[in-house]
Design a protein around this ligand. Structure first.
Ligand code: AMP
Length: 214
């Protein structure tokens, strides 16, 4: 099963993606995480995209499509299917994806922009393991230190307020139209709020997603 999870940055895709990965046993593919990995490794792709990502600017369709094609060809995807997180982000990427593989469902995680700006500007992430914290609602046990691996927590450059507004505009203008694109292709569609109580709603979310499979 190939699923897409989409939504504005900071709407809560990551948490729902984690549930799907754990309970549906699929491969979670986040293009943002893949790109940040390249930056971390300082390889040629990482050097090419670093500046654009810090400004919240989209990477070219060509680079992203090549990266995703390679990843989708790996064995774990063939065995377990995939949950695409952060891809497709443009109509051209969506058109490219359906040429490459069938898509079973698209999940939209939504939240009001104001709430997103609050969430992202107070988000802190571990540069080493990627764990994510929030200075009000999910504080680390020790200030500035990751609970999981004890490395330093930082604010992502693209979580700074001026960049967040640009990223939201890009989402509404460039990415959101992919939802209608897939609906028109009769791909199953599921809409979830990004501030659901995850513990209480976990079963509901998983059941909704299992319905897509049928
Ligand atoms: P994310 O972690 O999904 O918010 O992605 C972080 C950044 O990576 C985005 O702001 C873009 O600069 C870049 N990026 C991730 N996925 C894509 C994509 N599908 N197309 C273009 N740029 C992307």
């Amino acid at each position: 099963m190939i699923l897409i999870i989409t939504g504005a940055p900071g709407a809560g895709k990551g948490t729902i993606a984690q549930i799907i990965e754990e309970d549906i046993h699929t491969t979670h593919i986040s293009t943002g995480d893949m790109l940040r990995d390249h930056i971390h490794k300082k390889d040629s792709l990482g050097l090419k995209v670093k500046e654009l990502i810090s400004k919240g600017i989209l990477i070219s369709d060509e680079i992203i499509e090549e990266m995703v094609h390679e990843r989708l060809s790996e064995n774990d995807v063939k065995e377990k299917g995939a949950l695409l997180d952060g891809f497709p982000r443009t109509l051209d990427q969506a058109k490219d994806l359906i040429k490459f593989t069938a898509v079973d469902g698209i999940i939209e995680v939504f939240l009001e922009d104001e709430t997103i700006i609050n969430r992202l500007s107070l988000r802190r992430v571990c540069m080493d393991c990627g764990a994510s914290f929030h200075l009000e609602t999910k504080k680390p046990k020790v200030d500035g230190v990751c609970d999981v691996c004890s490395h330093k927590l930082v604010q992502r450059e693209d979580d700074k307020p001026e960049v967040i507004k640009d990223r939201l505009n890009t989402y509404h203008n460039t990415t959101a139209p992919i939802i209608d694109f897939f609906k028109e292709k009769n791909v199953a569609f599921l809409q979830l709020r990004g501030d659901l109580d995850i513990v209480a709603q976990r079963e509901f979310i998983v059941n909704q997603i299992k319905k897509i499979k049928k």
